[in-house]
Design a protein around this ligand. Structure first.
Ligand code: NDP
Ligand code: KAL
Length: 257
Protein backbone atom coordinates (compact mmCIF):
# COMPACT_ATOMS: atom_id res chain seq x y z
CA UNK A 1 0.00 0.00 0.00
CA UNK A 2 1.32 3.42 -1.00
CA UNK A 3 0.50 6.20 1.45
CA UNK A 4 2.46 8.89 -0.33
CA UNK A 5 0.47 11.50 -2.25
CA UNK A 6 3.17 11.83 -4.88
CA UNK A 7 1.74 12.18 -8.38
CA UNK A 8 -1.58 13.39 -6.98
CA UNK A 9 -3.14 16.85 -7.22
CA UNK A 10 -5.42 18.43 -4.59
CA UNK A 11 -7.42 21.65 -4.58
CA UNK A 12 -7.27 23.57 -1.29
CA UNK A 13 -10.02 26.19 -0.84
CA UNK A 14 -9.98 28.70 2.03
CA UNK A 15 -6.44 29.79 2.87
CA UNK A 16 -6.73 33.33 4.27
CA UNK A 17 -3.44 33.45 6.16
CA UNK A 18 -0.89 31.26 7.94
CA UNK A 19 -3.33 30.51 10.77
CA UNK A 20 -5.99 29.10 8.42
CA UNK A 21 -6.97 25.47 8.87
CA UNK A 22 -6.68 25.20 5.07
CA UNK A 23 -3.01 26.14 5.42
CA UNK A 24 -2.48 23.35 7.97
CA UNK A 25 -4.06 20.95 5.47
CA UNK A 26 -1.92 22.32 2.61
CA UNK A 27 1.27 21.76 4.62
CA UNK A 28 0.35 18.16 5.49
CA UNK A 29 -0.54 17.34 1.87
CA UNK A 30 2.66 19.03 0.67
CA UNK A 31 4.75 16.98 3.14
CA UNK A 32 3.10 13.85 1.73
CA UNK A 33 4.27 14.80 -1.78
CA UNK A 34 1.06 16.20 -3.27
CA UNK A 35 0.83 18.89 -5.91
CA UNK A 36 -1.45 21.69 -4.70
CA UNK A 37 -3.94 24.06 -6.26
CA UNK A 38 -5.18 27.03 -4.23
CA UNK A 39 -8.39 29.04 -4.58
CA UNK A 40 -9.27 32.27 -2.77
CA UNK A 41 -12.45 34.34 -2.67
CA UNK A 42 -11.10 37.49 -4.21
CA UNK A 43 -8.06 38.57 -6.22
CA UNK A 44 -6.79 40.71 -3.36
CA UNK A 45 -5.94 37.48 -1.51
CA UNK A 46 -3.82 36.19 -4.37
CA UNK A 47 -0.54 37.80 -3.26
CA UNK A 48 -0.73 36.73 0.41
CA UNK A 49 -1.59 33.16 -0.61
CA UNK A 50 1.21 33.08 -3.22
CA UNK A 51 3.68 34.43 -0.62
CA UNK A 52 2.72 31.70 1.85
CA UNK A 53 2.93 28.95 -0.75
CA UNK A 54 6.39 30.13 -1.82
CA UNK A 55 7.61 28.80 1.57
CA UNK A 56 6.70 25.23 0.53
CA UNK A 57 9.91 23.84 -0.92
CA UNK A 58 9.58 22.39 -4.43
CA UNK A 59 5.81 22.99 -4.58
CA UNK A 60 4.67 23.69 -8.14
CA UNK A 61 1.30 25.17 -7.13
CA UNK A 62 -1.41 26.83 -9.18
CA UNK A 63 -3.71 29.68 -8.06
CA UNK A 64 -7.27 30.62 -8.98
CA UNK A 65 -9.82 33.16 -7.79
CA UNK A 66 -13.12 31.49 -6.85
CA UNK A 67 -15.98 33.15 -5.00
CA UNK A 68 -18.14 30.16 -4.06
CA UNK A 69 -21.37 32.19 -4.09
CA UNK A 70 -21.08 32.51 -7.87
CA UNK A 71 -22.00 29.36 -9.86
CA UNK A 72 -20.37 30.64 -13.05
CA UNK A 73 -17.15 31.39 -11.15
CA UNK A 74 -17.13 27.91 -9.58
CA UNK A 75 -17.74 26.19 -12.92
CA UNK A 76 -15.18 28.37 -14.75
CA UNK A 77 -12.55 27.77 -12.05
CA UNK A 78 -12.81 23.99 -12.23
CA UNK A 79 -12.95 24.03 -16.03
CA UNK A 80 -9.75 26.06 -16.03
CA UNK A 81 -8.17 23.68 -13.50
CA UNK A 82 -9.14 20.79 -15.79
CA UNK A 83 -7.53 22.55 -18.78
CA UNK A 84 -4.39 23.28 -16.76
CA UNK A 85 -3.79 19.97 -14.94
CA UNK A 86 -6.28 17.42 -16.26
CA UNK A 87 -7.08 15.08 -13.40
CA UNK A 88 -7.41 16.04 -9.71
CA UNK A 89 -7.52 13.58 -6.82
CA UNK A 90 -9.25 15.57 -4.14
CA UNK A 91 -10.48 18.79 -2.68
CA UNK A 92 -10.31 20.42 0.76
CA UNK A 93 -13.31 22.71 1.36
CA UNK A 94 -12.43 25.06 4.26
CA UNK A 95 -14.95 27.83 3.74
CA UNK A 96 -17.57 29.36 6.01
CA UNK A 97 -19.12 32.74 6.59
CA UNK A 98 -21.93 34.30 8.58
CA UNK A 99 -22.78 37.90 9.37
CA UNK A 100 -21.17 38.86 12.69
CA UNK A 101 -24.52 40.17 13.96
CA UNK A 102 -25.90 36.63 13.73
CA UNK A 103 -23.09 35.14 15.84
CA UNK A 104 -24.27 36.56 19.15
CA UNK A 105 -27.49 36.89 21.11
CA UNK A 106 -30.36 34.55 20.33
CA UNK A 107 -30.70 32.35 17.24
CA UNK A 108 -34.42 33.20 17.13
CA UNK A 109 -33.48 36.71 15.97
CA UNK A 110 -31.68 35.51 12.84
CA UNK A 111 -32.90 37.36 9.74
CA UNK A 112 -33.91 35.55 6.55
CA UNK A 113 -31.00 37.17 4.69
CA UNK A 114 -28.50 36.23 7.39
CA UNK A 115 -29.74 32.64 7.46
CA UNK A 116 -29.55 32.31 3.66
CA UNK A 117 -26.11 33.96 3.47
CA UNK A 118 -24.54 31.48 5.87
CA UNK A 119 -26.23 28.53 4.11
CA UNK A 120 -25.07 29.80 0.73
CA UNK A 121 -21.38 30.25 1.58
CA UNK A 122 -20.96 27.58 4.26
CA UNK A 123 -23.13 24.68 3.06
CA UNK A 124 -24.37 24.97 -0.54
CA UNK A 125 -20.82 25.79 -1.66
CA UNK A 126 -19.79 22.19 -0.91
CA UNK A 127 -22.48 20.94 -3.30
CA UNK A 128 -21.45 23.42 -6.01
CA UNK A 129 -17.71 22.69 -5.81
CA UNK A 130 -18.25 18.92 -5.60
CA UNK A 131 -20.38 19.01 -8.76
CA UNK A 132 -17.75 21.10 -10.55
CA UNK A 133 -14.82 18.96 -9.34
CA UNK A 134 -16.42 15.58 -10.14
CA UNK A 135 -15.61 15.54 -13.89
CA UNK A 136 -11.93 16.15 -13.04
CA UNK A 137 -11.78 13.25 -10.55
CA UNK A 138 -11.49 10.59 -13.23
CA UNK A 139 -9.34 8.31 -11.05
CA UNK A 140 -11.64 8.57 -8.01
CA UNK A 141 -10.55 10.60 -5.01
CA UNK A 142 -11.44 12.25 -1.75
CA UNK A 143 -13.32 15.41 -0.80
CA UNK A 144 -12.92 16.79 2.73
CA UNK A 145 -14.95 19.57 4.36
CA UNK A 146 -14.51 21.35 7.69
CA UNK A 147 -17.30 21.25 10.24
CA UNK A 148 -17.89 22.01 13.92
CA UNK A 149 -19.72 20.47 16.89
CA UNK A 150 -22.19 23.39 16.84
CA UNK A 151 -23.93 21.66 13.92
CA UNK A 152 -24.66 18.59 16.06
CA UNK A 153 -25.75 20.34 19.23
CA UNK A 154 -26.38 23.83 20.53
CA UNK A 155 -23.19 25.79 21.23
CA UNK A 156 -23.65 29.30 22.57
CA UNK A 157 -23.16 32.10 19.99
CA UNK A 158 -22.57 29.70 17.09
CA UNK A 159 -26.25 30.19 16.21
CA UNK A 160 -26.82 30.53 12.45
CA UNK A 161 -23.48 28.82 11.71
CA UNK A 162 -24.63 25.78 13.69
CA UNK A 163 -27.61 25.42 11.39
CA UNK A 164 -25.34 25.91 8.36
CA UNK A 165 -22.97 23.19 9.65
CA UNK A 166 -25.93 20.83 10.17
CA UNK A 167 -26.76 21.44 6.49
CA UNK A 168 -23.14 20.96 5.51
CA UNK A 169 -22.93 17.65 7.41
CA UNK A 170 -26.10 16.33 5.74
CA UNK A 171 -24.93 17.57 2.32
CA UNK A 172 -21.62 15.77 2.84
CA UNK A 173 -23.49 12.49 3.46
CA UNK A 174 -25.78 12.84 0.42
CA UNK A 175 -22.77 13.70 -1.74
CA UNK A 176 -20.89 10.67 -0.37
CA UNK A 177 -23.83 8.50 -1.41
CA UNK A 178 -23.98 9.99 -4.92
CA UNK A 179 -20.25 9.91 -5.64
CA UNK A 180 -19.37 6.57 -4.08
CA UNK A 181 -20.02 4.81 -7.40
CA UNK A 182 -17.33 7.03 -8.95
CA UNK A 183 -14.90 5.93 -6.22
CA UNK A 184 -15.00 9.46 -4.80
CA UNK A 185 -15.21 9.61 -1.00
CA UNK A 186 -16.66 12.62 0.84
CA UNK A 187 -15.96 13.20 4.55
CA UNK A 188 -15.91 15.91 7.18
CA UNK A 189 -13.43 16.87 9.88
CA UNK A 190 -15.01 18.38 12.98
CA UNK A 191 -12.24 20.49 14.50
CA UNK A 192 -12.10 21.75 18.05
CA UNK A 193 -11.73 25.53 18.42
CA UNK A 194 -8.58 26.93 16.79
CA UNK A 195 -7.62 30.61 16.80
CA UNK A 196 -7.96 31.72 13.14
CA UNK A 197 -9.02 34.91 11.38
CA UNK A 198 -12.65 33.70 11.31
CA UNK A 199 -12.60 32.92 15.02
CA UNK A 200 -11.17 36.36 15.81
CA UNK A 201 -13.58 38.78 17.32
CA UNK A 202 -16.45 36.31 17.59
CA UNK A 203 -18.18 36.01 20.94
CA UNK A 204 -16.37 34.42 23.88
CA UNK A 205 -13.79 32.52 21.86
CA UNK A 206 -11.31 32.60 24.77
CA UNK A 207 -13.91 31.08 27.11
CA UNK A 208 -14.47 28.25 24.62
CA UNK A 209 -10.71 27.58 24.39
CA UNK A 210 -10.40 27.57 28.19
CA UNK A 211 -13.28 25.11 28.50
CA UNK A 212 -11.46 22.71 26.14
CA UNK A 213 -8.24 22.97 28.17
CA UNK A 214 -10.15 22.21 31.36
CA UNK A 215 -12.62 19.56 30.23
CA UNK A 216 -11.60 17.80 26.99
CA UNK A 217 -10.14 14.31 27.53
CA UNK A 218 -6.74 15.45 26.21
CA UNK A 219 -6.90 18.67 28.33
CA UNK A 220 -5.58 20.81 25.48
CA UNK A 221 -6.75 22.44 22.29
CA UNK A 222 -5.92 21.06 18.85
CA UNK A 223 -3.70 22.55 16.15
CA UNK A 224 -3.97 23.22 12.44
CA UNK A 225 -1.25 20.54 11.97
CA UNK A 226 -3.40 17.90 13.70
CA UNK A 227 -6.35 18.74 11.45
CA UNK A 228 -3.96 18.74 8.47
CA UNK A 229 -2.71 15.25 9.24
CA UNK A 230 -6.28 13.94 9.51
CA UNK A 231 -7.00 15.50 6.12
CA UNK A 232 -3.90 13.70 4.79
CA UNK A 233 -5.31 10.42 6.16
CA UNK A 234 -8.67 11.13 4.48
CA UNK A 235 -6.99 12.02 1.16
CA UNK A 236 -4.73 8.96 1.27
CA UNK A 237 -5.54 5.31 0.60
CA UNK A 238 -5.27 4.63 4.35
CA UNK A 239 -8.90 5.75 4.56
CA UNK A 240 -10.04 3.96 1.39
CA UNK A 241 -13.04 2.34 3.12
CA UNK A 242 -14.24 5.56 4.80
CA UNK A 243 -16.93 7.81 3.33
CA UNK A 244 -19.82 9.89 4.65
CA UNK A 245 -18.00 10.10 7.98
CA UNK A 246 -17.26 12.95 10.38
CA UNK A 247 -13.96 12.59 12.23
CA UNK A 248 -13.68 14.73 15.34
CA UNK A 249 -10.23 16.25 15.80
CA UNK A 250 -11.15 17.96 19.06
CA UNK A 251 -9.16 16.40 21.92
CA UNK A 252 -12.20 14.18 22.49
CA UNK A 253 -14.45 17.03 23.65
CA UNK A 254 -17.49 15.76 21.70
CA UNK A 255 -17.81 12.60 23.82
CA UNK A 256 -18.62 14.57 26.96
CA UNK A 257 -22.22 14.81 28.10
P1 NDP B 1 -10.16 31.29 8.04
O1 NDP B 1 -10.70 32.65 8.33
O2 NDP B 1 -8.70 31.13 7.98
O3 NDP B 1 -10.80 30.72 6.69
C1 NDP B 1 -12.12 30.98 6.27
C2 NDP B 1 -12.08 31.02 4.77
O4 NDP B 1 -13.40 31.13 4.21
C3 NDP B 1 -11.29 32.20 4.24
O5 NDP B 1 -10.16 31.75 3.53
C4 NDP B 1 -12.27 32.89 3.32
O6 NDP B 1 -11.66 33.30 2.11
C5 NDP B 1 -13.24 31.78 2.98
N1 NDP B 1 -14.46 32.34 2.39
C6 NDP B 1 -15.41 33.09 2.99
N2 NDP B 1 -16.33 33.46 2.09
C7 NDP B 1 -15.96 32.92 0.90
C8 NDP B 1 -16.50 32.95 -0.42
N3 NDP B 1 -17.64 33.60 -0.72
N4 NDP B 1 -15.85 32.29 -1.42
C9 NDP B 1 -14.70 31.62 -1.16
N5 NDP B 1 -14.13 31.57 0.07
C10 NDP B 1 -14.76 32.21 1.09
O7 NDP B 1 -10.82 30.36 9.16
P2 NDP B 1 -10.73 28.82 9.54
O8 NDP B 1 -9.49 28.23 9.02
O9 NDP B 1 -11.03 28.78 10.98
O10 NDP B 1 -12.00 28.22 8.78
C11 NDP B 1 -11.94 27.16 7.82
C12 NDP B 1 -13.10 26.21 8.04
O11 NDP B 1 -12.92 25.53 9.28
C13 NDP B 1 -14.48 26.85 8.09
O12 NDP B 1 -15.41 26.01 7.44
C14 NDP B 1 -14.78 26.85 9.59
O13 NDP B 1 -16.16 26.86 9.85
C15 NDP B 1 -14.15 25.53 9.98
N6 NDP B 1 -13.91 25.35 11.41
C16 NDP B 1 -13.13 26.23 12.11
C17 NDP B 1 -12.91 26.03 13.47
C18 NDP B 1 -12.07 26.99 14.26
O14 NDP B 1 -12.09 26.91 15.49
N7 NDP B 1 -11.30 27.87 13.65
C19 NDP B 1 -13.48 24.89 14.19
C20 NDP B 1 -14.25 23.99 13.34
C21 NDP B 1 -14.46 24.24 12.00
P3 NDP B 1 -11.00 34.76 1.93
O15 NDP B 1 -10.02 34.93 3.01
O16 NDP B 1 -10.38 34.63 0.57
O17 NDP B 1 -12.16 35.70 2.03
C1 KAL C 1 -18.93 28.92 19.38
C2 KAL C 1 -17.94 29.45 18.73
C3 KAL C 1 -17.51 30.84 19.03
C4 KAL C 1 -17.64 31.73 17.85
C5 KAL C 1 -19.02 31.87 17.22
C6 KAL C 1 -19.18 31.87 15.91
C7 KAL C 1 -18.15 31.53 14.89
C8 KAL C 1 -18.51 31.44 13.60
C9 KAL C 1 -17.58 31.10 12.48
C10 KAL C 1 -17.79 31.98 11.24
C11 KAL C 1 -17.18 31.28 10.04
C12 KAL C 1 -17.11 33.31 11.52
C13 KAL C 1 -17.40 34.40 10.51
O1 KAL C 1 -18.11 34.24 9.54
C14 KAL C 1 -16.74 35.72 10.81
C15 KAL C 1 -17.15 36.84 9.85
O2 KAL C 1 -18.43 37.33 10.19
C16 KAL C 1 -16.16 38.04 10.00
N1 KAL C 1 -14.80 37.66 9.61
C17 KAL C 1 -14.31 37.84 8.36
O3 KAL C 1 -14.98 38.33 7.45
C18 KAL C 1 -12.90 37.36 8.10
C19 KAL C 1 -12.07 38.57 7.67
C20 KAL C 1 -12.95 36.27 7.03
C21 KAL C 1 -11.58 35.73 6.65
O4 KAL C 1 -13.70 35.21 7.61
C22 KAL C 1 -14.44 34.41 6.80
N2 KAL C 1 -15.07 33.42 7.45
O5 KAL C 1 -14.52 34.58 5.61
C23 KAL C 1 -17.26 28.70 17.62
C24 KAL C 1 -15.79 28.43 17.82
C25 KAL C 1 -15.56 27.75 19.14
C26 KAL C 1 -15.24 27.54 16.68
C27 KAL C 1 -15.24 28.18 15.32
C28 KAL C 1 -14.51 29.47 15.16
C29 KAL C 1 -15.89 27.55 14.33
C30 KAL C 1 -15.94 27.94 12.91
O6 KAL C 1 -16.81 27.41 12.20
O7 KAL C 1 -15.09 28.72 12.44
Amino acid sequence: MNFSLEGRTYVVMGVANKRSIAWGIARSLHEAGARLIFTYANERFEKPVRDLVSTLEGQDALFYECDVTNDEAVDATFQQIGNDVGTIHGLAHCIAFADKEDLKGEFVDTSRDGYLLSQNISAYSLVAVTRAAKPLMTEGGSIVTMTYLGGERVVQNYNVMGVAKASLDASMKYLANDLGKNNIRVNGISAGPIRTLSAKGVGDFNTVLKQIEEKAPLRRTVTQEEVGDTAYYLMSDLSRGVTGEIIHVDSGFNILG
